[in-house]
Design a protein around this ligand. Sequence first.
Ligand SMILES: C[C@H](O)[C@H](O)[C@H]1CNC2=NC(N)=NC(=O)C2=N1
Length: 114
Amino acid sequence: MSDLSAQKCEACRADAPKVSDEELAVLIKQIPDWVPEVRDGIMQLERVFKFKNFKQALEFTNKVGAMAEDEGHHPGLLTEWGKVTVTWWSHSIKGLHKNDFVCAAKTDDVFAAL
Ligand SMILES: C[C@H](O)[C@H](O)[C@H]1CNC2=NC(N)=NC(=O)C2=N1
């Protein structure tokens, strides 16, 4: 468990600050497999996880979904044969909040524990 994944998501209101470029540079080092990407003008974190078949991909998807419900913070999840694309961003601020880095780290932990 990393320093990030040991944290809990906090309530994120519309006026919460987005992670700055400097903060992003520090945080991303703790989740090196995630790629920051701007989509539809919104900065997001994305990682593709590979599996042997659809069943394993779906099992991972459900575990990430359960973690997200527990945190009250929800990702984009695209489940396909042999892969799941997970995308984290904060809808309320249309960008990245610390919560997204916490949940990306927790997603890594879910994968590592399979
Ligand atoms: C009302 C509810 O708490 C909010 O809509 C939460 C739920 N999950 C969320 N998930 C994400 N990724 N961003 C949000 O802003 C968000 N808001």
